[in-house]
Design a protein around this ligand. Structure first.
Ligand code: PLP
Length: 404
């Protein structure tokens, strides 16, 4: 039997065995608490600080600008709630309409709760490719803004935002800029100084590291209030005994991601382009979601015209044939057949917004797997949609997807 094909790296990635090897000692004998002053504690502290430097290097930051958190979600919460609470002004967050739930729900909490009374949220629109326009940001910046938060790469459609330009405009207005780089880190080059960002969220499990460990980059001089209170670890911004093994794994994953980024990005973009080309041939009613060029290297989202309601069955047929792909965000309602909020925001109607298939490739995927997938997919689609009426309208096909 053929091994399974995993094309759902935007949901999570397999742990790299080299990362597991680095974590091993800290799941066993090296169990000290980094706050302890004895030998065991010092060993743990040294490992945490080494990992901090490794994570910082991935994004061009200083080690002391990295705050370890329990996840990417928690990093997003700390950035938004922490900035609004620390600010003297009445809270106003400007964000995009296609952010991850970790941002959208935190905004909803801030707007609804007493965390900072009177907090306002502005959701910037995106175009049909999922891009935020600088003009709409400029307009929003005319009012009193505390923080702008725009994701670097979208998890559903893979579109990359022009972060450097958006952050630059934001800085000209003296406003803090946060980016959720959970999907982008390790896949495209990120440098906090070139990007002009003040805050940036990361998550280890999206770059072949362990689950349950994230980080927030906090530029020197930026003032945040904590959201977790206790023993004052992580410069008082994230109290709790550190997840030493997770942090060590994050550091090792960051080193590998940095070393392998250029080669991996080119390799995955080639796979993606080949898949897109083949799909236009074998499934001519397929159409692309997201920007054709400004997108994550190993990420391809598409729909099948006239077969939007069959996505759940196609996923199940692929799963039965040994292939794991998804219908969008692992934490969205899309699995229940609800339209994707991201696609609705991009201007798709409800029908189209139900029909997204997402392929996200990663480090251990091979050419053979791509070839096998290209055989399996049309069969899976045919098995589900046999006899279903198709429209023969011209659709924007996937051939526009260029090498990154
Ligand atoms: N932000 C984005 C863009 C994501 O895709 C995800 C996870 O899918 C998160 C934040 C949340 O990260 P975590 O799973 O570490 O909480």
């Amino acid at each position: 039997m053929n091994p399974r094909i995993y094309f759902d790296h935007s949901a999570t990635t397999p742990l790299d065995p080299r990362v597991l090897a680095a974590m091993g000692p800290f799941l066993g004998g090296a169990f000290g608490n980094p706050s302890s002053l004895h030998h065991e504690g010092r060993v743990a502290r040294e490992a945490v600080e080494d990992a901090r430097a490794q994570v910082a290097a991935l994004i061009g930051a200083e080690p002391e600008e990295i705050i370890f958190t329990g996840s990417g979600t928690e990093a997003d919460n700390l950035a938004l709630i922490g900035a609004v609470r620390a600010s003297g002004r009445s809270g106003h967050i400007v964000t995009s309409s296609i952010e991850h739930a970790a941002i959208l729900e935190t905004c909803r909490f801030l707007a609804a709760s007493g965390a900072k009374p009177g907090t306002r949220i502005t959701h910037l629109p995106v175009d049909a490719d999922g891009l935020v326009g600088p003009e709409s940001l400029l307009r929003a910046l005319q009012s009193n803004v505390t923080l702008v938060s725009i994701m670097a790469a979208n998890n559903v459609v893979g579109t990359l935002q022009p972060i450097e330009e958006l952050a630059h405009l934001t800085k000209l207005h003296g406003v803090l800029f946060h980016t959720d780089a959970v999907q982008a880190a390790g896949k495209i080059p990120l440098d906090v100084n070139r990007l002009h960002v003040d805050l940036l969220s990361l998550s280890a499990h999206k770059l072949h590291g362990p689950k349950g460990i994230g980080a927030l980059y906090v530029r020197k001089g930026v003032c945040l209030s904590p959201v977790v209170f206790g023993g004052g670890q992580e410069r008082g911004l994230r109290s709790a005994t550190e997840n030493v093994a997770g942090i060590v794994g994050f550091g090792a994953a960051a080193v590998l991601a940095r070393e392998e980024l250029t080669g991996e990005a080119a390799r995955l973009a080639q796979f993606r382009t080949r898949i897109a080309r083949e799909l236009t041939r074998t499934l001519p009613h397929s159409y692309l979601f997201g920007h054709p060029v400004q997108r994550l290297p190993g990420h391809l989202s598409f729909g099948l015209r006239g077969e939007e309601r069959e996505v759940g069955k196609i996923l199940a047929a692929l799963d039965a044939a040994g292939v794991a792909v998804s219908a969008g965000s692992a934490c969205s309602a899309n699995h229940t057949g609800e339209p994707s909020g991201v696609l609705l925001a991009m201007g798709y109607d409800e029908e189209r917004a139900r029909g997204l298939l997402r392929l996200s490739l990663g480090r251990f995927n091979t050419q053979q797997e791509v070839d096998r997938f290209l055989q399996i997919l049309p069969q899976a689609v045919a098995s589900v949609t046999r006899g279903a009426a198709r429209t023969h309208e011209r659709v924007p096909d996937l051939s526009a997807v260029a090498l990154a």
